[in-house]
Design a binder for this molecule. Structure first.
Ligand code: ZN
Length: 181
């Protein structure tokens, strides 16, 4: 843990020389794009724990490369798409990035490498990267495994049953049988 590095102005070269992990907590109030997607009607959102490591990597026949490892864990309330109440989703980020000198280089190399590329900035905005990564991890359709207030919905509702029409012929048959007696 350290407080000597502002996560908005991460000095990448200094971090790489230190070659140690930095960690901190980010409040969702600091991440407005992410906050906009959250369901804030429940209990307060827990701060997001992050860890970052910056390192130089030697490369055969070339300049050393600057890499960044970002890890984060978040418990974020989203709106359940079935019952429309908050559902807390656990999101984990664990990703390596390689810095390149410009956007042009990033675009030229992006198709040829598996790692994610970032454009080098002497004072790097780590929280913005964290926010981008968490936004990508958000589920498209957040849902409770079992919704708290509507446990039977989806199983009992005839609207949700794709075979909902099938009972009718038998029901009709049963009523015919009843008439024949
Ligand atoms: Zn639900």
């Amino acid at each position: 843990m350290s407080s000597d590095a502002s996560p908005r102005k991460f000095k990448l070269h200094v971090m790489a020389q230190e070659a140690r992990e930095h960690a901190g907590l980010a409040d969702v109030a600091q991440l407005p794009r992410l906050r906009a997607d959250l369901d804030l009607s429940g209990p307060p959102v827990q701060p997001i724990a992050w860890q970052v490591m910056v390192q130089w990597r030697e490369r055969a026949g070339g300049e050393p490369e600057l890499w960044l490892h970002l890890r984060a864990n978040a418990q974020l309330p989203l709106t359940c798409q079935r019952c429309l109440t908050p559902v807390v989703q656990t999101l984990a980020v664990d990703r390596w990035f390689r810095f390149v000198e410009s956007e042009d280089v990033a675009q030229a190399q992006d198709d040829d490498c598996e790692e994610d590329l970032l454009v080098f900035e002497p004072q790097f905005d780590l929280l913005s990267l964290l926010e981008d990564e968490l936004l990508m991890e958000l589920p498209l359709v957040p849902m409770h495994e079992t919704c708290p207030d509507l446990p039977a919905l989806g199983q009992e509702s005839p609207l949700a049953d794709p075979s909902g029409e099938r009972p009718h012929p038998f029901a009709a048959l049963a009523s015919l049988k009843g008439k024949g007696r």
